[in-house]
Write a new protein. Structure first.
Length: 395
């Protein structure tokens, strides 16, 4: 590699990791504190269910804005602005009930856009090792999720059992990520700053791209399962007899257990002939983990959650890999990512909301987990179809 290309690759790698580390703890740091947040702000159970659903709903609603944002501001400037907005929203949302909901809207929108732009960084500047960097990116997601879940309760106690202060503290690492983006992002844009090079202009609508809908279906199924568990796993664990003080740690354990898979699965997916086998194994583990969490003895709960962590981390990594490897061109990567993630997250918004409403109406958590296992069957079908589409040479 030439020196400019090497510098661009290093900057792209740093930016990819900075984004990955920033887009999960603003969500997972909330789940262990749902009871404390409800008490601090005087919210009902339904309001808490809505609060946990807002980020995922915004993932779907904000996603279509990503291609236009890049076209107007450039990739690097867009990422810097989005990280700054995420930091500010995280800082101000604990001030009162209205900022809590409004700030959560901004948190969801900025995380959605950052997640859509990350595959474009990989496709544009790190394509030679796309599978590896997709794995690094999704592993950083897992680290972010585990950090938020594991440190949420300790921060709550460190700030005198004040939920607002504990939530606001997560703005500090986001400000650091914003600073890194400002320093390194200018080296990333290259030909993607204001659009694609003439030779890479889209020839047809992205909605006609091969594999778009299977990839979208796979993304939506895995995201629905993930966000259902992210919102309610501590509650499910407590209902099954876990110690409340350890429930948040079980959520962190799910993320930690999946870290190796989040790196390995996308790296292996760079070999097209392995993708179907990886997707079948991932969906099978998800079904086994969900049913075990529902019906296995409580003593096996950490094992069931570890299996789920492996399955969910693999599924997310494979969903990003399918976007990177199936998008028809560099120019259409952001649009392909926006459609697949936007519609997928839109469907996944039911994940945090519906289980809460079902349980409030009298449905047991075991029945909810069986429903999620059925969603994992859909994940399997969509994943196999998406893998087959990704093996077709791109235009």
């Amino acid at each position: 590699m030439s020196s400019p290309s090497r510098r661009q690759g290093v900057a792209a790698g740093i930016l990819t990791v900075a984004v990955g580390l920033s887009v999960r703890y603003p969500i997972t740091s909330v789940s262990p504190l749902l009871g404390e947040i409800r008490d601090a702000y005087g919210l009902s159970h339904t309001a808490i269910a809505v609060l946990t659903s807002i980020p995922v709903l915004l993932f779907g609603l904000a996603s279509p804005l990503a291609p236009a944002l890049v076209a107007r501001l450039g990739l690097s400037r867009s990422i810097s602005i989005l990280l700054a907005a995420l930091a500010v929203a995280t800082l101000v949302r604990p001030l009162a009930p209205v900022p809590l909901f409004a700030g959560t809207v901004i948190v969801g929108a900025t995380i959605a856009l950052l997640g859509i732009l990350a595959p474009q960084i990989i496709r544009h500047s790190l394509a030679a090792k796309g599978g590896f960097w997709t794995g690094v990116y999704t592993t950083s997601f897992g680290v972010s999720a585990a950090t938020g879940a594991a440190l949420s309760i300790p921060l709550f106690h460190a700030f005198g059992d004040r939920a607002g202060a504990a939530l606001a503290a997560w703005s500090v690492p986001l400000l650091i990520a914003t600073a890194l983006a400002l320093v390194f992002s200018r080296r990333v844009d290259g030909g993607v700053a204001g659009g694609a090079s003439p030779g890479d202009q889209p020839r047809t609508s992205v909605f006609r791209a091969r594999g778009l809908w299977p990839v979208t279906g796979f993304f939506g199924c895995q995201a629905l399962i993930y966000f259902s568990l992210t919102a309610w796993l501590p509650t499910i664990a407590i209902s099954r007899g876990a110690d409340p003080a350890q429930a948040g740690l079980l959520l962190a354990w799910m993320s930690i257990a999946g870290l190796p898979a989040s790196l390995i699965a996308p790296s292996l997916a760079s070999r097209a002939r392995w993708r179907i086998g990886l997707l079948v194994g991932t969906a099978t583990l998800a079904i086994a983990g969900l049913l075990s969490l529902a019906f296995a003895p409580t003593t096996l709960m950490p094992v069931a959650i570890a299996v789920l962590g492996i399955a969910l981390s693999s599924a997310f990594g494979l969903s990003i890999a399918l976007i990177v490897f199936t998008a028809p061109s560099i120019a259409q990567t952001a649009s392909f990512s926006a459609v697949s993630q936007g519609i997928g997250y839109g469907a996944a918004a039911a994940g945090p909301l519906v289980p809460g409403l079902l349980v409030e109406s009298g449905v047991g958590w075991s029945a909810v987990l069986v429903m999620l296992a059925i969603v994992a069957l859909g994940e399997l079908a969509f994943g196999v179809a998406g893998a087959r589409a990704s093996r077709t040479p791109r235009a």
